[in-house]
Design a protein around this ligand. Structure first.
Ligand code: C2E
Ligand code: CA
Ligand code: CA
Ligand code: CA
Length: 278
């Protein structure tokens, strides 16, 4: 038994080391990715069902195309960037590039009040110059503050420091929107929702994906809808992949949806063509 135990832990240690090496290697590549122009932004429409399925919101998502290893998912590299602090320059690039693309989209006929959601990590919000950098990008591109919605995950908010809350309040006071992303995944007490303001809830895809077959998750979606109504904010359901899911959500009273059923996240030209076609 001892032998088996040792063997298992050896394999475990090797896996850990390999994982560590893999991360070091990725981190090294990540350091040069901005300078090498390896990132781009894709945009995914968020549909408004109560208004003839119009689209005046979308989400900005980063993509990393490496020359030698192809596409690497943000699920893999964002956490690495957060651990190493590289999320700061990457996050600044995301904000600048998102504002640039949004301005170009509006010039090409997109709605002037279009709201682009941008994912923001906790560490970014803790930078003293976060807000001033965001406002600089908004102004340089002749956008309005209301054109931007910062998406903060529930887990970021749960470990909120006064600084994060102060920054969010400041942004909102100046008209920037705040959405709570991945809502429901943190199993948090709801009391924290009262301590800072927000404009939108986004329910985690894991709850939406099986509402047709899992009554418990359908009940979660339904109570989050009620919660959003009581706070007088819209709820966005992510991960809507089929007509059946869409119909079920509509039946439940959900008015904002995002997912492959409508569109995958798209490169700028495709997004512009798709959304401006109506
Ligand atoms: P998220 O913010 O929850 O973004 C939604 C994710 O769901 C995106 O994955 C999107 O492509 C995917 N998705 C949208 N509709 C569907 C659908 O119908 N079915 C399925 N299966 N998936 C759908 P993506 O782009 O791979 O991003 C993963 C996560 O990486 C994001 O989750 C976000 O947490 C993070 N991320 C992406 N871009 C950025 C960024 O610019 N900054 C930061 N800090 N995080 C980012
Ligand atoms: Ca998001
Ligand atoms: Ca989400
Ligand atoms: Ca997520």
């Amino acid at each position: 038994a001892e032998k088996i135990g040792n063997g298992e832990s050896l394999v475990f240690v090797q896996e850990m080391q390999e994982q560590g090496l893999e991360n070091i290697r990725l981190h090294e590549k990540l350091q040069h990715a901005i300078a090498n122009d390896e990132f781009h932004i894709v945009m995914q429409p968020i549909m408004n069902l109560d208004n003839q399925s119009s689209c005046n919101e979308g989400e900005s998502l980063i993509r990393w195309q490496t020359p030698d290893e192809g596409f690497i998912s943000p699920i893999k590299f964002i956490s690495l960037a957060e651990e190493s602090g590289l999320i700061i320059p990457i996050g600044r690039w995301v904000i600048a590039q998102s504002c640039k693309q949004l301005a170009k989209f509006i010039v090409r006929g997109g709605p002037k009040d279009f709201k682009l959601h941008v994912n923001i990590s906790a560490m970014q919000l803790q930078q003293p110059d976060f807000a001033s950098h965001l406002f600089t990008c908004i102004q340089e591109n002749e956008l309005m503050n209301g054109n931007i919605c910062v998406e903060i995950t529930e887990s970021t908010l749960m470990k909120h420091t006064d600084q994060i809350v102060d920054t969010l309040k400041y942004l909102r006071r100046l008209g920037v929107n705040v959405a709570i992303d991945d809502f429901g995944s943190g199993y948090s007490s709801l009391s924290y929702l009262h301590s800072f303001p927000f404009d939108c809830l986004k329910i985690d895809r894991t709850f939406v994906s099986d509402i047709l077959t899992n009554e418990k998750n359908a009940a979660v979606v339904s109570s989050v809808l009620t919660l959003a109504k009581s706070f007088n904010v819209p709820l966005v359901a992510e991960g809507v992949e089929t007509l059946e899911m869409l119909e079920k959500l509509q039946e439940m009273g959900c008015e904002r949806v995002q997912g492959y059923y409508f569109s995958r996240p798209l490169p700028f030209d495709d997004f512009t063509a798709t959304v401006n076609r109506g």
